[in-house]
Design a protein around this ligand. Structure first.
Ligand code: CUA
Length: 166
């Protein structure tokens, strides 16, 4: 088969482009200290949450003067603990995971809005400057009971707070 020089040039250019694309992707994935998301995801076995020190007993823990950590388990069709009780003026880091399917975790009236995926731990921090009741909604369709899946965060005045364990 005879190939015209003109065509050969285009073939070579096309090959070079492909190599360039692959190199760019490879470089972007490995160089410059970039990690793929899955590398630093906190993974967990959704079937063994009862053996995980963080999630065996879903709770709120005080870790600093006004700093708290909330360990929350979502499952069809509840959030544990419920309510999640924290004091006014606290900064709360949430660790949320799922025991079964994908759920959502939205604290109404705050910027907290996360997807809760089995096998992963969603982490985000919320400051609660005002006492009150905040609704927690599941905003990912998770089955028949999705529309009734809700919880709450109760922010109590500091002097009334008696710790996260109940
Ligand atoms: Cu859980 Cu929708």
């Amino acid at each position: 088969m005879h190939i015209h020089n003109y065509e050969k040039i285009w073939l070579v250019l096309a090959m070079l482009l492909i190599v360039a694309f692959i190199s760019t992707v490879a470089y972007g994935a490995t160089a410059m200290g970039v990690d793929m998301i899955s590398d630093d995801e906190d993974t967990i076995d959704p079937g063994a949450l009862d053996e995980d020190p963080r999630f065996a007993d879903p709770r709120v823990e005080q870790v600093g003067e006004d700093e708290y950590e909330a360990y929350v388990v979502a499952q069809q069709y509840v959030f544990e603990p419920d309510p999640i009780e924290v004091p006014e003026g606290s900064t709360v880091t949430f660790y949320v995971t799922s025991r079964d399917v994908i759920h959502g975790f939205e604290i109404v009236g705050t910027n907290a809005n996360a997807m809760v995926v089995p096998g992963e731990v969603s982490t985000f921090t919320v400051e609660f400057s005002e006492a009150g009741e905040y609704g927690v909604l599941c905003n990912e369709y998770c089955g028949d009971g999705h529309h009734v899946m809700e919880g709450s965060v109760t922010v109590v005045p500091e002097e009334e707070y008696d710790g996260g364990d109940e």
